[in-house]
Design a protein around this ligand. Structure first.
Ligand code: PML
Ligand code: MG
Length: 261
């Protein structure tokens, strides 16, 4: 991104009314932009929602605002893709990777038992890894990680080297996961898409990087999942403030690349 003022551009879209009215979440998106590219960002986010496989939105909100805080630069998490043959195999692997990242078995068990309650959420759910309790108090809204981006040309160079698809989906998920994992109180993230035709999900942590798993749900299923497993945070509001407000720009430098493949 060029020097100068940075703007956060955000979109959310739903069907059968707004999110507040209980509508079905269709799409959300985030970009950081300079003034000259705001138009382009709005157009991209609008198209993203209008062509979404979850359905045609009848509510959309796009907003932008200038960011006054300095933008922090971070590296993308190292990435690895696990090809699995079934959802069962994929889920067993996700479970193992969460435990390896430091989430106790008992807590993963509790979270999976409660998971069906959270399938129409537009944000993420936070769980404390010691108590096994949900700690964000945000109901159906959850926590929306915001103010983050990755320059497309730099992402494309990175994706080419790692022989990964040049998709916005991978880019956006890796940006979010890298931001979330960069906070020392995050132990791990578990995510799969609410897009009915997208089965790949991931476990991410600062310890293991971004571990993609090719099947975490069945084709056609539109129930997504985004859970952050969090250490004992002394100040929950500061942690949430980081997720929602700290501007982050992902920048990949080939010489610093730590491949986990
Ligand atoms: C989403 O759709 O928002 C989540 C996508 C998660 C997986 C992306 C990938 O690495 O393929
Ligand atoms: Mg989505």
């Amino acid at each position: 991104m060029q020097k100068g003022k940075v703007y956060s551009v955000r979109m959310r879209a739903s069907m059968n009314g707004s999110h507040e009215q209980g509508g079905k979440h269709i799409s959300g998106g985030e970009q950081l932009s300079n003034y000259e590219n705001i138009n382009q960002s709005i157009h991209y986010l609008m198209e993203k929602a209008l062509r979404h496989s979850r359905g045609k939105p009848d509510f959309m909100q796009i907003q932008f605002e200038a960011i006054n805080e300095p933008v922090k630069q971070i590296s993308p998490l190292p990435i690895r893709t696990h090809e699995v043959d079934s959802v069962k195999e994929g889920q067993a692997l996700a479970w193992k990777l969460l435990e390896k990242s430091g989430v106790p078995h008992k807590v993963i068990h509790t979270v999976y038992k409660q998971m069906s309650e959270y399938s129409n959420m537009r944000g993420a759910i936070l769980y404390n890894i010691y108590s096994g309790e949900r700690i964000d108090y945000r109901g159906n809204k959850g926590i929306r990680v915001s103010r983050m981006d990755w320059d497309n040309a730099n992402f494309q160079e990175w994706a080419k080297l790692h022989q990964l698809p040049l998709t916005e989906k991978v880019k956006e998920a890796l940006v979010l996961a890298s931001k979330v994992a960069s906070h020392p109180s995050t132990i791990a993230e578990l995510c799969w898409s609410d897009d009915p035709n997208y089965m790949t999900g991931y476990v991410a942590s600062s310890k293991l990087g971004y571990q993609r798993i090719t099947k975490l749900k069945e084709y056609g299923d539109d129930r997504g999942c985004r859970i952050f497993f969090v250490d004992n945070v002394t100040d929950l509001n500061t942690y949430i403030d980081f997720l929602e407000k700290q501007p982050i720009f992902v920048q990949w430098e080939e010489e610093n690349d730590k491949r986990s493949n």
